[in-house]
Design a protein around this ligand. Sequence first.
Ligand code: SF4
Length: 903
Amino acid sequence: MSETKSTCPYCGVGCGVIIEHDATRITGVRGDPAHPANCGRLCTKGGTLHLTMTPQALAQRLAYPTLHGQHVSWDAALDHAADTFAKTIAEHGPDSVAFYLSGQLLTEDYYVFNKLGKGLIGTNNVDTNSRLCMSSAVAGYKATLGADAPPCSYEDIDHTDCLLIAGSNTAWAHPVLFRRIEDARKARAEMKLIVVDPRRTDTAEAADLHLAILPGTDIALYHAMLHVLLWEDLIDIDYIAAHTEGFAELKAIVRDYTPAMAADICGVKADDIITAARWFGQSPTALSLYCQGLNQSSHGTDNNAAIIHLHLATGKIGKPGCGPLSLTGQPNAMGGREVGGLANLISAHRDMANPEHRAEVAKLWGVADVPSQPGLTAVELFEAVGRGEIKALWIVCTNPAQSLPDLTNVHAALAQCPFVVVQEVSAQTDTTAFADLLLPAAGWGEKDGTVTNSERCISRSRAAVPPPGEARADWQIAVDFARRLEARLTAARPEPVDGSGQSLFPYESVEAIFNEHRISTVGRDLDIGGLSYSLLESTGPQQWPFPAGASAGTLRLYGDGMFPTVSGKAKFKAVQHRPTAEVTDARMPLHLNSGRLRDQWHGMSRTGIVPRLFAHAPEPLLEMHPRDMERRGIKDGDLVTLKGKRGALHVRAAASATLRPAQTFMPMHWGGQFMNSRGVNTLTPAATDPVSRQPELKHAAVQVEKFAIGWQLVAMCRDDVGTLHGALQTWLARFDYATLTLSGRENNVVILRAWGGADTPLPAPEMLAELTTAMSLDGPQALAFNDTKRGIVKRALIEGDRLAGALLCNETRATEWLTDLITRGGSAQELRKWIFAPLAAPPSSGPARGRIICNCFDVSEAEIKADIAAGMNLPALQEKRQCGTSCGSCLPELRRMLATSTP
Ligand code: SF4
């Protein structure tokens, strides 16, 4: 067995991992104690990475290039792509093609695609799913501090006296960072935690002060806090005078934002705003952490500016425990920004509108010029695809058919695009269905390069095993395609591209790409001229800037009060509160918020192949305030129709204590692979921030109505090979509502749950027979019971004495019992008696376990509730069940359960 150090490919915390493997197969993963981001910790997602590399998981990987569904060689695939792109460019110009990349890519992958689009082809149509994640943070930093550079480090959490978390459920979305926050609070009891979030999340639950603002009212809140800071003389006049400009204009605006006025807009108490401002202003140090709640807004840039203003006005920036730190959602959103991998950026934080900057990049690349007009950003890009303006589209390791807003239009656009290439790890996502050409990419544990996390820390990501089949590293695919396209474009031009006849893409290794990127940064704010693969090898991860001659990376920026602006001063931006793009009205009276769950990741193409990661939340639920449910006659678990201005979908509803009245929440993870709709983005608007062009994914106006259920169907089966989920995906569309879930710890079990409306006929016997066959529940050992009078159908497949699969129609009370039998084992003896008694209640196997709270030790909600009812506190619970003693991701929820239990 061997070990290889790498990084976690999920969130922007950027945890270091140690991969255990035998050079052919990854068998385990643990946190890297030497990595500064996590010091050995991992969360539930990172800690189960090896389970994304089991034989069953690998069976769901894309292994060979396919053209229109036919397996082709790499040469045939890339020649076809190069021919099509060259022809399209020749006939319609460079801006008729586009690349849509991913924050999952490594920096070197990003670098090649950026050079390919902007250097070789001459189009800035190179955008990325990071546009949906942090482009408002980029624009906010640039508008105020002058550069896209988070000034702080995670270490500042240990030093701060006041931590302001805004629009981030850190406890679930960045769990390892939240562990650090918990440790810091334990070490420094005087530290204040303020959380700004419309929902009372586990992060908010832990706060000293929770400001549950109404969606989209962030600017009013931060302006009012600044108003209080001014009124109570808590600003740093000297710092403002010496290091900033524009304060007078902003001061004139915030004069109107009294706490009473903001309280009205934000829906919180004026006293709470005053308290938040006092804590921020009176604490010697203050740090803010923020994420999608601020960014995914039609005024996300101004939201970011408004929170940064608090730091500039108090001088709480550039010193330990101080500053604004945006958290990146994706593992390498930061690396993509560094190489200019967005449609309005060019390499190394250079400005696309600046002719000198463009000339520097063109010279480095050996091309005549770099186009000056910004390319199409994510939402604009797919709108242009829909208008027929983009005729060849290359999508790399992302799933826009699920993650973009207003999905009906996105699907229509993709369906009519003349040529779509999808470079992917997964064989099946909502986007792969639109691909003319599918290219298999190497994934985590199979590829080399670097990533940069939220605190500017560059780490090596390393290959431990070869990729499956013919899959190749993303940079290799990009280089191979680029050389072929270069040959075709050069042949069509009178002069070679760089005048020398040498390829623009001479790279024989990933390190060669890093070295070119490194040169591009020299003299820039993110200068890594002193960094190399060998240095990263010998000293470990390093924070940029790391210029030549430096002996260590840079922990903190702007300590000298100098900012990368023309005047050297930071800028206050005179912004005003604006409402959300879509407002509620009598027909659409509810606010729909969307976001992440603890154990799932993005569109579930990676976490959705690990059964145990469904245990905390097995299905998508629309969370609602109990009063809104009562008014509509909706009970917990009822099926509802969720309607918006762009469409509707069915989903089950759940009462939530985390929401205010008129607020609803639906997770972003479920799409067409796991439910019979495109998911929450069917309803989100395509409205974007005018500067960052980040869409307002956090808010839509909706209505909810109860959907009367006539019958239910459940079918479950062990899936030892790993292909059943993919095979059953087409079944989702055959029901009024349906979901697919995985279950089990040792076994993979696939569960299809379906519902029919009161007016929908029961599934025909032929359909049930087809489903039985599709799930292999019809062998000689299968037990079958049909009660045609009552429409009840039961099937059970028993292998040895173990249940291997079951199907129930119109009598599904036994679902929980059967799920337990199939996933946890146990004798199927009682099942034989039960199955032939049509209305018999299922035998009791004890109280239902419910959701699994602690994934590491498989501890359920029911078990924890019983222990709490018996008087146990957290240490006693942990001693008995070990819950929360490994990755700690469940600790906030355990504490909440203890705090809310009735004594
Ligand atoms: Fe991965 Fe979890 Fe660390 Fe994020 S916090 S990088 S998901 S282990």
